[in-house]
Design a protein around this ligand. Sequence first.
Ligand SMILES: *Cc1c(COP(=O)(O)O)cnc(C)c1O
Length: 383
Amino acid sequence: MYGKITNFIKELYPHQEFVPLHAPCFSGNEKKYLNDCIDSTYVSSVGQYVDRFEEQIAAYTKAAKAVVCVNGTNALHMSLLLAGVEKDDEVITQALTFIATCNAIHYIGAHPVFIDVDKDTMGLSPHALKEWLVHHAEVKGGICYNKRSQRKIKACVPMHTFGHPVHLNELLEVCREYAIELVEDAAESIGSLYKGQHTGTFGKIGVLSFNGNKTITTGGGGMLLFMDEELAKQAKHLTTQAKVPHRWEFIHDEIGYNYRMPNINAALGCAQLENLDKYIANKRETALQYQEFFKHIPDIHFFSEPEGCRSNYWLNAVLLKDKSAREDFLQYTNDHRVMTRPVWGLMNKSDMFKNAETDALVNTQWFEERVVNIPSSVRTALL
Ligand SMILES: *Cc1c(COP(=O)(O)O)cnc(C)c1O
């Protein structure tokens, strides 16, 4: 049966010695725009592509403003600072995520609290969140406190796992009730829509990543999405060493960061963005083919987009029967030059976050034992 699966994947991605999980695709103006940068000498943190990339991402996502960052991890760091998270605060997130989400929380000296995910999204569960808050939190003077630790719970960071949107409306409602800011880790979900609206534009701030393995890439890069233009101005200021604009004086009015994306990376981003809709249509077609194929494979379940959502299907995922079936599947596919990977190890099991507060994480652990990502690159032959 595993032979049948690897053969199917090799047919999707023909003429390849080795089928990677997600390779970038450069089918447009990438080289042209990169040459422009070099010819103009504007290769660094100032340049027309930086402004253009921000404007085009804002237009694409329908955010009021977008602000570039060097990568998604520092965009997350920035987003938490801008959401008012301070040292010794708590930030609620999911244990089923990439380490960057938790590292960003830790950079501020804040503490993650891990809440369970939903079975239909693999992302933070509004129901589990509410349940935990009812028992562990209280709002006093408009501030949410963890009753046991007495720390402030400032923000909640759901992550749209593999591009599948979480239940945003329900999460927003719970966060509003408990005076917690919602910040979306939309690093994996560019082009993913929740009820027709782009992920990353529901919370106070949304974060995108353009790392090399994401749906579109700038080499390395990230973006902050805002509905509040004032907050976007603050973000620009903070990511630019907090420099007060002046024709010649160096005036810095707070501790700032050098988190700006260079023009050459933004140039790559502008070219990639021109083809994003084509890439997503292509990836969705692949997902559809996987979905049909796995209907006929016993004991392996293909994970489909949640109801009411359009997923970018950044990484396709299948669920194996149990942990030992998962190990066999990983062994066979990787032995046969088809790259597959288990979902990340849970954050609450890492050395750095093993003492973090959690709920029972029932679904989270269920997924950890079963989820495997399968090849998901854009199929260039179909472009
Ligand atoms: C990719 C990713 C990030 C950001 O990663 P960078 O490599 O720093 O751009 C953050 N969170 C999640 C869930 C991611 O998948």
